[in-house]
Design a protein around this ligand. Structure first.
Ligand code: ATP
Length: 335
C-alpha cells in the first residue's frame, strides 16, 4: 500500500517551498500520496483554529507529516504550535543534521554533525513559570526523567549504529546542574555501555560551544537535552552556512514530523524567491524514515549537485533563480 503523507504548507513562504518540494518528490516517482491539511495562521484564517482537529487526526492516522513553517500569533492559547505538536504526538527526538555542501560559503568544509536533542522535557519547556507580584523574582522548573533520558540516548546510539557513525558526544552541564543534567549524563553513560563499538565522549556545554567553533571535525553525533540542543543545533547550522540549508525531524513512537528549520520569512513571502532546499532536505530525511534510503540519497545528491554547480540558486544563496527554477534544476537531475 502506498504511504500517505500529511502535508502542512504552513505560513509565509511555507506554501512556496512546499510546492517546490512536492514537485521533486513527485519526480522520484515513489507512488507517495499527499493529503494537505492546515495549521498556523493559515488555519486560523480558514477555520478559526491554529491546530484544527482534522490536521491532528490526519497526523495521528498517517503518522508522517511534512510541515512548512508555522507562525504562532501571541496570545492564542499556547506559546508555540511546534511545541504543542511535539507534546501531542510525544515527538521526543529532534534530529538536526548539519552538513557542508561544496560550493556554499561557510566557515568550514567537510562538516557532518547530527544533533539529537531531547524534545519533550528539560529547561526548554519552562514548566511552572511564575513571576512574583512585584515583578522582582521569576522562576521555572527543570524536570528531567530517567525514561526521557533513556529513550533519547537510545535513539542517538541507534542512529549512530544504523548510519555507521562512530562517535556520540553527550553534551551536559552536570558539574553545576547536578541533579537534572546529572541524571541525563548518568543514564546516557548506562545506555552507551550497550554500544561498545561507538566511542562515547562527554563534554560540558560551554566547552562544547568552543570546541565546535574551533574544530567541528571532532564531532559526529551530539546527544543533549532540550535547551542545549536548541542552541547547539543552530550553532552547527551556522558552521555550515546558516539556516537556508538546515532540515529537522521530530520523531516519536506514534508519528514523525519533518520540517525546515527556518521560519516563515514574512519579508519575502509571496515573491517566489524563497529557497526550498531546507524543506527538500527535510523531505529526504522523511524518505529515509519511510524506508526509501536509495531515493533519499538520490534526492540529496541532486540537491548537492545543484548547489555545487550553482545552478539556478535563489538570491539568499547568491543566485538569481526563483523557487520554481531551483526546484526544476533539482528535478532535472532526478530525471
Ligand atoms: P518567524 O517568525 O516565522 O521565525 P523570522 O523572519 O523571524 O520568521 P525566519 O523566517 O527564519 O525568521 O527568517 C530570518 C531571515 O532569513 C529573513 O530575512 C528571511 O527572509 C530569511 N530566510 C529564512 N528562510 C529563508 C528561505 N527559505 N529562503 C530565503 N530566505 C530565507
Amino acid at each position: 500500500m502506498s504511504q500517505t503523507i500529511v502535508v502542512i504548507p504552513g505560513d509565509g513562504i511555507g506554501p512556496e517551498v512546499m510546492e517546490a518540494t512536492l514537485g521533486v518528490l513527485e519526480a522520484l516517482a515513489l507512488g507517495l500520496r499527499f493529503e494537505v491539511h492546515h495549521a498556523g495562521l493559515t488555519a486560523l484564517e480558514r477555520v478559526g483554529e491554529l491546530l484544527p482537529p482534522d490536521t491532528l487526526e490526519a497526523i495521528g492516522r498517517h503518522r508522517v507529516a511534512l510541515k512548512g513553517p508555522l507562525t504562532t500569533p501571541v496570545g492564542e492559547g499556547f506559546s508555540s504550535i511546534n511545541v504543542e505538536l511535539r507534546r501531542r504526538f510525544d515527538l521526543y527526538a529532534n534530529v538536526r543534521p548539519a552538513r557542508s555542501f561544496p560550493g556554499m560559503s561557510s566557515r568550514y568544509e567537510g562538516v557532518d554533525i547530527v544533533t539529537v536533542r531531547e524534545n519533550t522535557e528539560g529547561a526548554y519547556l519552562a514548566e511552572g513559570q511564575s513571576l512574583s507580584a512585584d515583578g522582582e523574582v521569576a522562576q521555572s522548573l527543570i524536570r528531567v526523567t530517567r525514561r526521557g533520558s533513556e529513550r533519547i540516548a537510545r535513539y542517538a546510539f541507534e542512529l549512530a549504529r544504523r548510519t555507521g557513525r562512530r562517535r556520540v558526544t553527550v553534551v551536559h552541564k552536570a558539574n553545576i546542574l547536578k541533579t537534572t543534567s546529572g541524571l541525563f549524563l548518568k543514564v546516557s553513560r548506562e545506555v552507551a555501555r550497550e554500544y561498545p563499538e561507538i566511542d562515547c565522549r562527554e563534554m560540558i556545554v560551554d566547552n562544547a560551544c568552543m570546541q565546535l567553533v574551533l574544530d567541528p571535525s571532532r564531532f559526529d553525533v551530539i546527544l543533549t537535552t532540550n535547551l542545549f540542543g536548541d542552541i547547539l543545533s543552530d550553532l552547527c547550522a551556522g558552521l555550515v552556512g546558516g539556516l537556508g540549508l538546515a532540515p529537522a525531524a521530530n520523531v516519536g513512537t506514534e508519528a514523525a514530523i519533518f520540517e525546515a528549520v527556518h521560519g516563515s520569512a514574512p519579508d519575502i513571502a509571496g515573491k517566489g524567491i524563497a529557497n526550498p532546499a531546507a524543506l527538500m532536505l527535510a523531505s529526504a530525511m522523511m524518505l529515509e524514515h519511510l524506508g526509501h534510503a536509495d531515493a533519499a540519497a538520490r534526492l540529496r545528491n541532486a540537491i548537492a549537485d545543484t548547489l555545487r554547480s550553482r545552478d539556478r540558486l535563489t538570491p539568499d544563496l547568491g543566485g538569481q533563480g526563483r523557487t520554481a527554477d531551483f526546484a526544476a534544476a533539482v528535478s532535472e537531475r532526478l530525471a
